[in-house]
Design a protein around this ligand. Structure first.
Ligand code: MN
Length: 258
């Protein structure tokens, strides 16, 4: 075995490295992004029993399930957005698997988001982070810590008002900078989608999706436990299901952290 892998196992066993689960539970109660009614909305997660050690299957328990690709903690592939529809290898089954592993840069805007649910990470915010923690490296996941996943009540999590949801996200120029000036894998967030709640009203609408996926980058939505990661130094593993032609998929996201 390579020395690096042997040390990895040793450090995990000894507890010098820790696995942090960045995933929210997946169930019929998992909150969904509410789209205006003129558009198709995603079905909720549904699961039904096939057998449970009974006449339907005497020695085994198993279920079947139905879910939207973009339900719960999930991966967004470039083909998800119109701006990424013609890019090569833009579906979950065709993305090179080495892109499922990368270092995490955790940018914490939880204090601002607590005061203003519509807070957006600005370009100055990213530059300030880089002055403190260094240049965002190629192949990094930029994870936006908002503590939004601590909102356990789906009503508070989606924060829907008469004029749509109110949740934090990234300013358009921040998404443009990360997509074009930094060679990131993508952006991961704790909210239900990778754009701010009010992003349907932005120009273009949902600019983070538009800019990220238009430059072949990915998204991770509905993450949790970002407060357990350091600003730098953790590695994220996020491998979506190999759905042929899929635009995304629910997945288990884990981090390895000191
Ligand atoms: Mn999505």
């Amino acid at each position: 075995m390579s020395l690096v892998l042997a040390e990895l196992l040793e450090d995990l066993t000894a507890g010098r490295l820790r696995i942090v689960d960045l995933t929210q539970p997946l169930s019929p109660q998992t909150p969904l992004l509410p789209l205006p009614s003129q558009w198709n909305n995603s079905p909720a997660f549904r699961m039904w029993e096939l057998s449970r050690y009974d006449e339907r299957g005497p020695a085994w328990y198993w279920n079947a399930f139905e879910t939207g690709e973009h339900t719960g903690t999930h991966f967004d592939a470039p083909v998800h957005w119109v701006s990424g529809k013609d890019l090569p290898d833009n579906t979950v089954d065709r993305i090179p698997p080495k892109k499922f592993v990368g270092p995490a840069c955790v940018i914490d805007i939880s204090a601002e988001a607590a005061k203003n649910p519509n807070h957006l990470l600005t370009l100055d915010g990213v530059r300030g982070w880089e002055e403190q923690h260094g240049h965002i490296p190629a192949g990094a996941w930029v994870l936006l810590r908002t503590d939004w996943s601590k909102r356990r009540d789906p009503k508070d999590y989606i924060n829907l008002k008469e004029n749509g949801p109110h949740t934090p996200g990234l300013a358009k120029e921040t998404s443009a900078f990360l997509a074009q000036q930094r060679d990131v894998l993508g952006v991961g967030v704790e909210t239900v989608g990778t754009d701010a709640g009010q992003a349907a009203t932005f120009d273009p609408p949902f600019p983070n999706h538009y800019l990220m996926h238009g430059s072949g980058r990915f998204g991770l939505a509905s993450l949790s436990n970002l407060d357990q990661l350091p600003p730098t130094g953790a590695i994220v593993i996020a491998a979506p299901l190999k759905i042929v032609g899929g635009s995304g998929s629910p997945l288990r996201v884990i981090a390895i952290t000191p």
